[in-house]
Design a protein around this ligand. Structure first.
Ligand code: NI
Length: 177
């Protein structure tokens, strides 16, 4: 159980191919726990394993957003598959823990349906609308190496790169101090 540092873009680990989880064993449960701790430490709505430097196909979503209560545990999505997405879209600003303080307008389907393995090893399906659909699709993008900057042009991408390089330098300085 540990909060792990969030991998901030640009970092090659965010583009690494992800691998299927073959068995829900202790190491997967430990990864889930670290993901929960790391997401809550950053007040995130969701977090993918690649964001804490692990390339297994897994992400979590904050329980309230997923239709449960805040007393429930975050929902794990292991080896997720997007079954369907609606043609009607939503267009609003999106953030990502790997892009601190960056918000980008991203067009997403209004509704989606995802199938995944839970941390209990059981297959489940969840339908999401609006913010939940956005979150599910955003986290699922992480498992294919797709990131917020892929939704902007080269100029804006360069701007974001400069800004985040400063953030990363500041974190490195803090670590040295
Ligand atoms: Ni993200």
């Amino acid at each position: 159980m540990a909060v792990r540092p969030t991998v901030i873009w640009p970092d090659a680990r965010l583009r690494e191919p992800t691998v299927e989880v073959v068995e829900i064993d202790d190491s997967v449960r430990a990864l889930y726990q670290d993901l929960c701790d790391s997401m809550y430490a950053e007040n995130g709505l969701g977090m993918a394993a690649v964001q804490i430097g692990d390339n297994r196909k897994m992400f979590i979503v904050e329980p309230k957003l997923a239709g449960f209560t805040d007393k429930d545990l975050p929902i794990a999505f292991i080896n997720p598959v997007v079954l369907e997405s609606s043609d009607d879209v939503q267009d609003s600003e999106e953030g990502c823990l790997s892009f601190p303080d960056i918000y980008i307008k991203v067009k997403r389907p209004m509704r989606t349906r995802v199938r995944a393995l839970g941390i209990d090893g059981k297959l489940f399906e969840i339908s999401g609308e609006a913010l939940l659909a956005r979150c599910l699709l955003h986290e699922n993008d992480h498992l294919t190496g797709k990131l917020l900057v892929d939704f902007v042009g080269p100029l804006k991408r360069q701007m974001i790169k400069k800004k985040l390089q400063k953030v990363k330098d500041a974190i490195a300085e803090d670590a040295e101090a």
